[in-house]
Design a protein around this ligand. Structure first.
Ligand SMILES: Nc1ncnc2c1ncn2[C@@H]1O[C@H](COP(=O)(O)OP(=O)(O)OP(=O)(O)O)[C@@H](O)[C@H]1O
Length: 214
């Protein structure tokens, strides 16, 4: 389980404080939409949950551990093992094949190449883009690229998936495909994963199980 307690963040001393002592539990098996006007800190909250930014006050707790207090190396390890990211424009490396982009986080987490590739191909197949595994990102559509980005976020089988405006540039049919994939990733029962989506897309908010308004 992922939660924040009394969370406040600021980018620089004397700068605007975000979140105002936010406390919230992000439930496994649920898709939570983080909403709020532009500049309220939706993206920043994902970076704090993803241990890329350190809170000014308060804590981030993952599976019972106060991970926001961990040393840098430990945070990197937790991130590699337990957290997957999906970014708005899919951010696929134009010089790597689709399969290489998908497997990269698993290699970073210490998996063997063969295990990472096997898992990558399973996910791409499940997401309907298995036949694009050996293509370059420039050869696939925006909707397909975003489904590939979801595969990349899931390759290490992380407990938490954080998605920043994952449907930002997609039409409704493609947005639905991405959201369904994230919802299936949340799953249920023993395999339940926590999925958090930062968005101002009403379609995503409607789709989500929970809404956290900043
Ligand atoms: N790297 C940074 N350094 C300093 N301030 C930043 C930085 N990134 C964001 N901010 C500021 O922090 C606040 C929150 O930004 P953030 O991008 O998290 O908001 P958001 O709710 O995701 O906005 P949007 O809906 O426009 O994407 C904004 O005032 C923004 O200008």
């Amino acid at each position: 389980m992922l939660s924040v307690e009394n969370l406040t963040f600021r980018y620089r001393r004397g700068g605007e404080e975000l979140f105002d002592d936010l406390s919230y539990a992000f439930e496994p098996g649920r898709v939570t939409a983080v909403t709020g006007a532009s500049g309220r800190g939706k993206s920043t909250l994902l970076y704090v949950l993803g241990l890329m930014l350190t809170p000014l006050r308060g804590t981030v707790t993952l599976q019972g551990n106060n991970v926001s207090a961990a040393a840098d190396a430990e945070r990197s390890r937790i991130r590699a093992e337990s957290i997957g990211f999906v970014f708005q424009d899919s951010a696929l490396d134009p010089t790597r094949t689709i399969l290489d982009s998908v497997t990269e986080p698993a290699l970073y987490a210490g998996w063997s190449r063969s295990r990472a590739q096997e898992q990558g191909r399973v996910l791409l197949e499940r997401m309907g883009v298995g036949n694009r595994a050996d293509h370059m990102p420039g050869e696939i559509s925006g909707g397909q690229a975003q489904r590939v980005a979801v595969c990349r976020s899931l390759v290490t089988d992380p407990a938490v998936v954080l998605a920043d405006e994952p449907t930002g540039n997609l039409d409704q049919a493609n947005a639905e495909g991405v959201l369904t994939a994230l919802s299936e990733a949340a799953g249920a029962g023993a395999l339940a994963r926590t999925v958090v989506i930062a968005t101002h897309d009403p379609f995503v908010i409607e789709f989500a199980d929970e809404v956290l308004a900043l």
